[in-house]
Design a binder for this molecule. Structure first.
Ligand SMILES: Nc1ncnc2c1ncn2[C@@H]1O[C@H](COP(=O)(O)OP(=O)(O)O)[C@@H](O)[C@H]1O
Ligand SMILES: N[C@@H](CCC(=O)OP(=O)(O)O)C(=O)O
Length: 386
C-alpha cells in the first residue's frame, strides 16, 4: 500500500520488538466475534480463547481480558431475536447476559487451573482520579494474584451521556490504566483493510502502520453486522488512545488458529499499529500515571502558579523544601505551598545537590555546586500536572 505504512522488514522488526518487550497484554474480544455472527454466544470460541490466554499467561505474560457480549448473551437467554431500542431493555439484557458470560469464562479458566474475576467499569471509574487509582490498584492486585480480570462496561447502570458504547475505547483506556505494552483487539475480520472487506472483497490488509496517523481513519468504516458497536473506526481511535501510554495495538481475526499466541509472539498476524515513540503527550500520560515517586518538592506560590498556569519548567528558585533521597532522573512529586500534589516529574539534580541550590537562581549553580548543567530542576517536557 502507501508509503506511510510500514511493510516488509520494518514491520517484522516492529513485531519482533513488541513480542520481545511485551509483558502485559490487554486482549479485547468484540461482540461481533463473540456472538458467532448473531447465533448466540460462541461457547466453543470462549473455551478456545481462554485456552490461548491461559497459555500466554503460562509463558510469563500478564493478561487482562476486555470482553463484550453481555447484551447479546442476555438477548439469547431471554429469547429475543431483535436488539431492543429501549435503553432499559438493553440494560436488562446486559444484566442477564453479563452473569452468564463471566460464568462461562470462569468455568473455562477453572478447567485449566486458572482463575478469573469480573470487573465492571464506567466512565467515572476512569475519569475521577481517586477512582482511577483505585481501579488501577485492584487490577494490579488481581494480576499479582495470577487472576485474569474480565472487564466490561457496567452496562446496567451507565446512562447514554457517559456510555463508552463500544468496548474498543474501554480496552484502550484499560491499556492506559495498567500501562500495558500491547492491546490485542480480536474481531470478525482479519484486521484493518484498505476498505471494509464487506464492501470490497479485493481490499488489502494493512500489515503495520502508525497508530496516530490520521489517514487510518479514512479507511476505517463503521460496524455493519448490527452486533458490534463501532466497527474499525473505534478500533483505529482505540489504537491512538493506547499509544498515548506507549502501547502498541494489534487488530486481528479472532477465529484464526492460535491467533493470540501468534500475535503476541511477533508473527505477522492482523494489523499492527505502533505508538509514536517520544511524543510529548505519551510521555506526559506515562509520567502522570505510572511513576513511583522517590521524593517530594514543596514549591512557593509563584512556582506553583508558573507550573499550573503557564506550563513552565520548575526552577530551583521556586522550591522551598524537599524530602527523599532521589537521584538525577528520578520521579518526584511537586506540592503546592499548602501541601497538595500538583505535578510529577523527573528531576535533573540529585537530592543532596538540590538541597544546596534550593531557593537559588540558576546563575549561582556553578558557585554552589562546582558545575552548572540544566537551568531547570524539572524541565516542562518531563513534568505532568495531576
Ligand atoms: N477498513 C476496514 N477493514 C476491516 N473491517 C472494516 C473496515 N471498515 C469497517 N469494517 C467493519 O468493522 C467490523 C468489525 O467491527 P465491529 O462490528 O464493531 O466488531 P466488534 O464487535 O468485534 O468490535 C467488520 O465486520 C467490518 O465490516
Ligand atoms: N458492553 C456491551 C458491548 C459493547 C460492544 O458490543 O462493543 P464492541 O465489541 O466494541 O462492538 C456488551 O457487553 O454487550
Amino acid at each position: 500500500m502507501t508509503e506511510w505504512l510500514l511493510e516488509g522488514e520494518q514491520a517484522s522488526e516492529a513485531r519482533a520488538a513488541l513480542a520481545g518487550r511485551a509483558q502485559r497484554w490487554v486482549v479485547k474480544i468484540g461482540s461481533a466475534l463473540l456472538t458467532n455472527n448473531g447465533r448466540g454466544v460462541d461457547r466453543d470460541g470462549i473455551a478456545e480463547w481462554v485456552r490461548q490466554i491461559h497459555q500466554l499467561r503460562e509463558s510469563g505474560a500478564e493478561v487482562l481480558l476486555v470482553s463484550s457480549g453481555a447484551v447479546a448473551a442476555g438477548m439469547d437467554r431471554l429469547g429475543w431475536t431483535r436488539r431492543p431500542d429501549s435503553i432499559h431493555q438493553l440494560q436488562a439484557a446486559a444484566a442477564v447476559g453479563q452473569s452468564l458470560l463471566v460464568q462461562l469464562y470462569e468455568e473455562c479458566f477453572r478447567a485449566l487451573g486458572g482463575t478469573s474475576a469480573q470487573v465492571l467499569l464506567d466512565h467515572d471509574d476512569l475519569s475521577n482520579r481517586r477512582r482511577y487509582l483505585n481501579a488501577r490498584s485492584t487490577l494490579r492486585a488481581l494480576l499479582q494474584l495470577g487472576v485474569v480480570p474480565i472487564i466490561n462496561e457496567n452496562d446496567t447502570v451507565v446512562t447514554d451521556e457517559i456510555r463508552f458504547g463500544d468496548n474498543d475505547t474501554l480496552a484502550a483506556l484499560v491499556a492506559n490504566l495498567v500501562e500495558a505494552d500491547g492491546l490485542l483487539i480480536l474481531t470478525d475480520t482479519p484486521g484493518l483493510f484498505s476498505e471494509d472487506p464487506r464492501d470490497n472483497p479485493d481490499a488489502q490488509l494493512v500489515s503495520c502502520g502508525r497508530a496516530c496517523d490520521p489517514r487510518l481513519a479514512a479507511i476505517a468504516g463503521g460496524s455493519r453486522s448490527g452486533l458490534g458497536r463501532g466497527g474499525m473506526q473505534t478500533k483505529v481511535s482505540a489504537a491512538a488512545l493506547a499509544a498515548r501510554s506507549g502501547a502498541s495495538t494489534i487488530i486481528a481475526g479472532g477465529t484464526e488458529a492460535d491467533v493470540i499466541r501468534r500475535a503476541c509472539s511477533g508473527e505477522a498476524v492482523g494489523t499492527l499499529l505502533l505508538p509514536e515513540a517520544g511524543r510529548a503527550t505519551a510521555r506526559k500520560r506515562w509520567l502522570a500515571g505510572q511513576l513511583q515517586p522517590r521524593g517530594e518538592l514543596r514549591l512557593d506560590a509563584g512556582a506553583a502558579r508558573a507550573l499550573l498556569e503557564a506550563g513552565s519548567s520548575l526552577l530551583a528558585v521556586g522550591i522551598t523544601s524537599l524530602e527523599g533521597d532521589f537521584q538525577r532522573g528520578d520521579p518526584v512529586i511537586c506540592r503546592s505551598p499548602e501541601g497538595g500534589e500538583i505535578a510529577r516529574g523527573l528531576v535533573n539534580y540529585p537530592a543532596d545537590e538540590l538541597r544546596r541550590i534550593l531557593g537559588q537562581p540558576s546563575s549561582r549553580f556553578e558557585e554552589l555546586l562546582g558545575y552548572r548543567d540544566d537551568d531547570e530542576v524539572i524541565h516542562r517536557d518531563n513534568l505532568a500536572l495531576v
